[in-house]
Design a protein around this ligand. Structure first.
Ligand code: SF4
Length: 183
């Protein structure tokens, strides 16, 4: 059986979901038999080199680079999966959604408790190389079509493993309560 090609990305996430992908312990050896990673922080491949079977997305979209990256994943992955609460609902970064963007930037760079030390000249970053911050943090399915959602913060390693192997082998998912409950 030829290996499935998998790509992964972290947008506005904390890499905890990627840690959970790697937290499948010795099943990592089975995973290597089953899949080949393409563009992903796991193998540090920066650009797509072929069409992928599955894309795993961690994090929502908080800036223009996240949007470009997500659209690129949609184009290059047959199946796209939102992994974790940040990708599904915006997660912790979306706490800023109820606050005007100017207030957020002022707090971060001008008036926050540490800005006197870290940014004494009160410079608001404005290099044209920097991605533009969005008006709010968007969940991935509001930007592109998402095929599946794996909830959790992060989703448990067993859940990611079960979902991925079910998808790639056509076998039924085995999801005992402990795997899908969230404390
Ligand atoms: Fe991190 Fe949780 Fe967001 Fe995953 S869902 S990126 S673990 S904060």
């Amino acid at each position: 059986m030829s290996k499935a090609i998998v790509a992964t990305a972290s947008l506005a996430g904390c890499f905890g979901c990627h840690m959970s992908i790697l937290d499948i312990d010795d099943k990592i050896l089975q995973l290597i038999e089953l899949v080949e990673f393409n563009k992903s922080p796991i193998d540090d491949i920066k650009e797509f080199t072929k069409m992928c079977d599955v894309g795993l997305i961690e994090g929502g979209c908080c800036n223009s680079e996240n949007i470009e990256n997500l659209i690129n994943f949609r184009k290059n992955c047959k199946i796209l999966i939102s992994v974790g609460e940040c990708a599904i609902m915006g997660g912790l970064p979306a706490l800023r959604n109820g606050i005007p963007i100017k207030e957020c930037l002022d707090e971060a760079y001008l008036g926050g408790p540490t800005t006197g030390i870290c940014n004494p000249d009160k410079i608001m970053p404005n290099d044209e190389e920097l991605p533009m911050i969005l008006d709010k943090v968007y969940p991935c399915h509001e930007i592109v079509k998402i095929d599946y959602f794996l909830p959790g913060c992060p989703p448990r390693a067993e859940l990611i493993w079960e979902a991925l192997t079910a998808l790639l082998t056509g076998k039924e998912m085995n999801l005992p309560y402990e795997v899908i409950k969230f404390d």
